[in-house]
Design a protein around this ligand. Sequence first.
Ligand code: BES
Ligand code: MN
Ligand code: ZN
Length: 509
Amino acid sequence: MKIKHTTQDVEKYKGDMITYFVHQKSKGVPVCNNKYVQETIMLAFKAGDFSGKEGEILLFYPAGKGKLPAKRILVVGLGKAEEGESNNGVKPVDSWRDNYRRAGGKVSETALRTKADNILLVVPDSFILNKGETTECITEGVVLGSYQFKKYMKTKQDDELQGELKEIQLFTEKAEKPVLLGFYRGKIAALACCTARDMANEPGNVWTPARFAEFGRKLAKTYNLTCKVLSKTDLQRLKMGGILGVNRGSALPPKLVILEYKTSPRNPTLLLVGKGLTFDSGGISLKPPKGMEEMKFDMCGGAAVLGAMQAVGEEKPKGINIVAVVPATENMPGSSALKPGDIITIYGGKTVEVINTDAEGRLILSDALAYGIKQYKPKAVVDLATLTGAVVIGLGHHRTGLLGNNDALVQKVMAAGDRSGEPLWRLPLGPEYSKQIKSKVADIKNVGNRAAGTITAAAFLQEFVGDVPWVHLDIAGTAYNFTDKPYVPSSGPSGTGVRTLLELIRNWK
Ligand code: BES
Ligand code: MN
Ligand code: ZN
């Protein structure tokens, strides 16, 4: 798929679809700067079919005097050009950023449905964002919305499948620097997010720990990053009992994949850690069969972190070093699998009594966190993991759970999430929660009790970060079947976290 910016005359575009975006008026017909399109908007408005409300679309086929040469014209409603109010902490500018993304998503939705392969979008003037930011968000939305994973649909008939976008053009009158910057930002963010979706869509028999390693090496080669892959023997030498323990029931060896983006040792280092559990059967504490196939998505944290590194490789941000660490293994109930009651030793020496082998994410993450912090002395750490079912009970599929030990970093990550349309909600930590994971036979145990499951999981991780500023994102509810938006697949992985991390990095200073 080609994604281009253009300043060429829209009236001469001969592709499959041109899109205009219009705001709703308090009274009267929405305004479009193209006279020919305006005529049809007027007719549709009078018929009561189109008022420019958010999410409304008007699709028609140009004919008659002064018609445009494109095959289809699409008009997408943006809603009223009003700032609105801050909503649950999300600022009006940030909700408008997402509004433009959703509008972009609507365009791809329509293009895929009608099999329009070549499309052009006329970036509208916004009353609240500058042209660069508007271009960024619409680009992001249309690219994310065009995502499909059809690799394994080999013998399906054409009429059972949607179309496929071949070329997306974003039109603005002038190619000013901020517009081009916005365009590239949107494109890089969206493609990185699609990369994470691709990894997650691969089934557990394909996306193995070895594939994580292979992909890390590929990113390193493409973008001149450093990739280190720790093998099972390396992990044994380093005494990473968490990853090794979880891996014991699996026929596939574990990997610890490390990607380094280095600028200068004088710059601060940001450490990213992502849970790369390529299939979570629960282990001996086996999960029930219903929905177990979704546990191939238990590597979405790792996918998000590597997706973000792809964007980092593309953008090469200044003034910051970034290290991504992905502990990768399956959690299987093989004959030498970890058993409830077993005691293991995490990297650095802390011992853990394993109460439930299905609480495996925290075991592999604690090795990765402890090792990453020891090795790279980061200024800040962010980890992403599909860690608890409890976060889905608490926040549903609409917000990622956030916990952290440093208010300044928490605020930064929250702001990044809001800006990228991946809203977060903070949950507390504290000694009263940490007390729930005290063990009678080891330093700590891997589950508290049913109460506050998301918090006790984070309290477990907290044991391994010391006083380094750290934020944990529990993406179990948002990594797949994420909230309903036109630019997010209604089922399957969302790629959540990639754009939040990228936004955090872009605004790091
Ligand atoms: N990968 C799961 C968490 C999960 C649940 C992700 C639902 C996505 C959707 C994790 O490894 C897990 O099994 N957690 C347990 C912890 C419990 C045993 C303390 C859970 O949440 O049930
Ligand atoms: Mn589990
Ligand atoms: Zn898991």
